[in-house]
Ligand binder design. Structure first.
Ligand code: NAD
Length: 419
């Protein structure tokens, strides 16, 4: 098993090299950024409900901690691997730097399908995993958050386990917690809200406005896709299609998002939703829409299907949904791409607010949180667009360059030990 095993890591690495080349980055800094600082692999034994013991494979990878403690989600998914986790940790470094947070990049996960486990098994697995990575996480070291397959309940179990190990409540060890145990208002919706803000910035940048004829398709209807759909729907956009791992639903007149969300609350999945036509995920990605938001997993638009894409704007809600090749091809075709490290940064920004509020034990109102989120993302969006113009590169390269510029400055100032 190596870092380079996954196409996702190879792609993130290639994007880094490409941006580093354009900005003529210090090769010594670039060399250091190609590798994670630290990667921990753990075995997570769990006694299943039938009395047998099963061991799951877990990871926590810290890519770079120059700007501050590590920050990044915990993923429970069958595809989790060292290589995928390292790629995601690398993207977190660049995301946190791009939006100006005093945080480094990290990511963790367990190779498991959480749908296969009972609640008791899930809790036991989460607690044992937390114990196994406890030596490298903490409010001053590395602060996990939810990602695919994890949620506020997972974070509450992690916070409780870490607190039990230390003998007192330590809410700052994770973010994305439920409000009752020190979570922040607005955190649950923040990634999707940030995506919707970015689509608005992009529309304004192109001299356009979102209207009732703006059509949107959203791939992935989870913690990112649902709030993004809610916000764009509230603004009057026509959400013509949404999908999850069971497939998609389509209505050319526009879906009633409230009714779809209610269906998913009752049935967990979109499959069977009665008031729209069924479509496949591949069909959704190929719809002729104004905005396509891939908000599920990485590697969904690649050289194999990029030529089918008809959307005019792509808002990368997921981490790495477009490969480097797809970004280049679609940019050349005139598609406006809002890169992942900008488009889905809303989650980590409000996680940062949660961490700060927790450390101060002083909590802010929702308007303050959303206003600060909006302003941070607007600043980052403007920096990316300015960088894109300056280097005449694509938006993905621009986002990486804007991020690497700040990170490189900090890495040079701190230097390397031993020199
Ligand atoms: P989630 O588990 O809440 O939702 C994922 C959604 O994608 C679900 O609807 C699932 O059914 C669907 N999905 C999974 N595999 C699919 C497939 N092969 N085809 C179509 N749909 C599929 O996860 P999430 O937190 O919404 O995360 C989604 C993406 O956004 C991930 O790439 C994650 O890393 C990224 N992200 C999440 C956050 C956050 O705050 N949750 C922040 C930044 C980035």
């Amino acid at each position: 098993m190596s870092l380079f095993d996954s196409p996702f890591f190879q792609d993130a690495y290639a994007q880094l090299e490409s941006a580093g080349g354009i900005m003529k980055m210090d090769p010594n800094v670039l060399e250091r950024l190609k590798y994670p600082k630290r990667a921990l692999q753990v075995s997570v034994p769990v006694r299943l409900d039938d009395g047998t013991v099963k061991v799951f494979e877990g990871y926590r990878v810290q890519h770079n901690m120059t700007l501050g403690p590590g920050k990044g989600g915990i993923r429970f998914h069958p595809h989790v691997s060292l290589s995928e986790t390292a790629a995601l940790a690398m993207l977190m470094t660049f995301k946190n730097s791009l939006v100006g947070l005093p945080l480094g990049g990290a990511k963790g996960g367990i190779k498991v399908d959480p749908n296969d486990l009972s609640r008791a098994e899930l809790q036991a697995m989460t607690r044992r995993y937390t114990t196994e990575i406890a030596m490298i996480i903490g409010p001053d070291k590395d602060i996990p958050a939810p990602d695919i397959g994890t949620d506020g309940q997972t974070m509450a179990w992690m916070m409780d386990t870490y607190s039990q190990l230390n003998g007192y409540a330590i809410p700052g060890v994770v973010t994305g917690k439920p409000i009752a145990v020190g979570g922040s208002l607005g955190r649950a919706e923040s990634t999707g809200k940030g995506l919707a803000y970015c689509v608005n910035f992009a529309y304004a940048h192109l001299g356009k406005q979102i209207t009732s004829s703006t059509t949107v398709a959203i791939h992935g209807f989870g913690k990112v896709g649902i709030p993004a759909a809610n916000d764009l729907y509230a603004q009057g956009a026509k959400i013509v299609a949404v999908s999850d791992y069971t497939g998609g639903i389509y209505d050319k007149k526009g879906l009633n998002i409230h009714s779809v969300v209610e269906w998913v609350k009752q049935n967990r999945v979109l499959k069977g939703y009665p008031e729209a036509d069924a479509i496949t995920n591949e069909e959704l990605l190929a719809l002729d829409v104004d905005v396509l938001a891939p908000a599920a997993i990485d590697g969904v638009i690649t050289k194999d299907n990029m030529k089918n894409v008809k959307a005019r704007m792509i808002a990368e809600g997921a981490n790495g949904p477009l490969t480097k090749e797809a970004v280049e091809y679609l940019t050349a075709k005139g598609v406006f791409i809002i890169p992942d490290i900008l488009c889905n940064a809303g989650g980590v920004v409000v996680s940062y607010f949660e961490w700060v509020q927790g450390l101060q034990a002083f909590f802010w109102d929702l308007d303050t949180i959303n206003k600060k989120l909006h302003d941070i993302l607007k600043l980052a969006f403007d920096r990316v667009v300015d960088t894109q113009r300056k280097h005449n590169c694509n938006m993905k390269q621009a986002a990486f360059i804007a991020s690497l510029d700040r990170l490189q400055g900090a890495m040079r100032l701190r230097g390397m030990w031993p020199g």
